[in-house]
Design a protein around this ligand. Structure first.
Ligand code: PEP
Ligand code: MG
Length: 583
């Protein structure tokens, strides 16, 4: 039966595919397709893994001391029984043979399906057996890890979706999860999914930001989507409207297929603007920069015609590594790769912004803390660990010897923090000098993303070469709305008069002092905001590469001079959203 689920639109476009339900804890399980003729080999891997796990459990059972509690022996019996369960093995085989999933993916997929059946059981004893099943699956996955897939080794099929759709496994897949951390999303960046949906998350949560950077349709905050959608269901993800349509009728499918083709045509039209200079009608030159998460993203930035990188979120190099931080050389190579990727264009690298909804890894989720967004995050985290921060600074300064790097510091609020940061930068430089290591000059920038900074710009204008307004956090902290919490997403408002005033004043003060200023929050990539930001005097915008041409289209149609008076009226209005619409 067809039904729809409403969430928040985070990444444009329409995706149509079969649902793959993934638990966040399993996001690091390999997902790739095998060739049909490799199915028997993959099924055999599972058999061997199962035999070895059964052998392991039987050995534990044999060696149980005589005074071991009887429950323990019974528990091991249950595990042995589950391993031999027909539903588990037949299901896993089905995903491998019929759908060509690799072994690990097939196991976790079947686990999700069975776990759901356990959840629905009336008998509490049976319901609790889900935990046993989970442990059995864990053991199987561990055993499989010890016996890497020959398929994966010989022919990794983690191909980009385009290639996949063309071959025999021509069923597009959409990923549905309760929650995915930003690090999980990164795992899927080069994957085979054509769309994403999660139960939780706000429009500017970092999970949503990574989805947007992948430029595939995504919906977050879809509440109970992962409970209502079943493995293998056909799902339409409407990333423009923020809607999921499950099990659509042929008529609906045809309608969305049409919309997909229209969007494709629109993209082709936009692509023609790639080489058009970003000039307003009155001849103002507008800088359109890219936001990236990884050095490899520079390819998309160059492809979209970005004038440089306005925000490299360096924390993505630090995440999903079990807390193991990248050393100086690894970071240096990554920053250097970004500089080289941009072929001489400037690259703004933000120092690490770990914390809040960007924990280092899943086991250290920020939400274990009382108020993660207000806690030890970004520059606070860096200043709390000078050796770690100095390592990053040295890597950045060394990479600057290879091309133009600008160093951007997140979440500063206090003059004291500014002084500490600048002194650590000097210290890092001195360390490199002492070792005789080459390094380059960098321009220094600060993010304005805490209201205190926007309201007291003096120290920032005094110490920094440029400022970059992080509207995602500026809105979160001005309105006291957790940007990652879908329950308050309706109150997260870029057009709140208080937000607009902070934005307008910051831009105006920078301009009055001749200090370069840009916006690198999601507002910069929203074409509905371009005219307003131009009218407020903004001349530098940084956004996901996929947004650049959409924003350029707005720039080309705008007369920046004429927009000034109108923008002032919008900011002064009691209802800026209505004034924006009217204008
Ligand atoms: C912002 O806060 O607007 C910003 C660009 O930084 P992030 O989204 O990574 O917090
Ligand atoms: Mg921020």
């Amino acid at each position: 039966m067809s039904f729809s689920i409403h969430g928040l639109a985070v990444s444009r476009g329409i995706a149509i595919g079969r649902a793959v339900l993934v638990a966040s804890s399993r996001a690091d399980v390999a997902h790739y397709f095998i060739e049909p003729e490799q199915a028997e080999q993959e099924v055999q891997r599972i058999r061997l893994a199962r035999d070895s796990v059964m052998e392991e459990i039987s050995r534990v059972q044999r060696e149980l001391p005589s005074d071991a509690p009887a429950e323990l022996a019974a528990l091991l019996d249950v595990h042995l029984m589950l391993l031999q369960d027909e539903q588990l093995s037949a299901g896993v085989k089905h995903w491998i043979v019929e759908r060509h999933y690799n072994a690990e993916w097939a196991i976790t997929t079947q686990y999700e399906a069975l776990a759901r059946q356990f959840d629905e059981m009336q008998d509490p004893y049976l319901r609790e057996r889900k935990a046993d099943l989970e442990q059995v699956v864990e053991r199987l996955l561990r055993s499989l890890k010890g016996a890497a897939s020959p398929v994966q080794q010989s022919a990794s099929r983690r191909t980009p979706q385009g290639e996949l759709l063309g071959d025999s496994m021509d069923v597009p897949l959409v990923l549905v999860a309760h929650d995915l951390s930003p690090a999980d999303m990164l795992q899927f960046k080069q994957s085979l999914f054509v769309g994403f949906a999660t139960d939780v998350g706000g429009r500017t949560s970092h999970t949503a930001i990574v989805a947007r950077s992948m430029d595939i349709p995504a919906v977050v905050g879809a509440r109970s989507a992962s409970a209502l959608i079943e493995q293998d269901d056909w799902v339409i993800i409407d990333g423009d409207a923020g809607v999921l349509i499950v099990d659509p009728s042929p008529i609906i499918l045809a309608e969305y297929g049409f919309k997909q083709r229209q969007a494709e045509l629109e993209r082709e039209r936009l692509n023609r603007l790639r080489h058009t200079p970003a000039l307003t009608l009155d001849g103002q030159k507008i800088e359109l920069l890219a936001n990236i998460e990884m050095p490899a993203d520079t390819a998309a930035a160059v492809q979209a015609g970005a004038g440089g990188v306005g925000l490299f979120r360096s924390e993505f190099l630090f995440m999903g590594r079990g807390g193991q931080l990248p050393d100086e050389n690894e970071q240096y190579l990554a920053y250097r790769a970004a500089v080289e990727g941009m072929q001489g264009l400037p690259v703004t690298i933000r120092t690490v912004d770990i914390g809040a909804d960007k924990p280092l890894d899943r086991s250290a989720r920020g939400d274990d803390h009382l108020n993660p967004a207000l806690g030890l995050r970004a520059i606070r985290w860096s200043l709390a660990d000078p050796p770690m921060f100095l390592t990053q600074l040295r890597a950045l300064l060394r990479a600057a010897a290879h091309g133009p790097i600008q160093l951007l510091v997140p979440m500063l609020a206090h003059a004291r923090e500014i002084r500490q940061t600048l002194s650590l930068i000097d210290h890092a430089r001195a360390q490199l000098d002492n070792k005789g290591q080459a390094h380059g000059l960098v321009k220094l920038g600060a993010m304005i993303e805490v209201p205190a900074a926007a309201l007291h710009l003096g120290p920032f204008l005094q110490h920094f070469d440029f400022l970059s307004i992080g509207t995602n956090d500026l809105i979160q902290y001005t309105l006291a709305i957790d940007r990652a919490d879908e329950a308050v997403a309706h109150l997260y408002d870029p057009l709140h008069p208080a937000v607009l005033r902070l934005l307008a004043d910051t831009i105006a003060q920078c301009r009055a002092q001749g200090r370069p200023v840009s916006v690198c929050g999601e507002m910069a990539g929203d074409p509905a905001m371009t005219r307003l930001l131009l009218g407020l005097g903004l001349r530098s915008f940084s956004m996901h590469p996929a947004q650049i041409l959409l924003v350029k289209q707005q720039v080309l149609r705008a007369d920046a001079g004429k927009l000034e008076a109108w923008a002032r009226r919008v900011v002064d209005s009691e209802d800026p959203a209505a004034a924006l619409q009217a204008g």
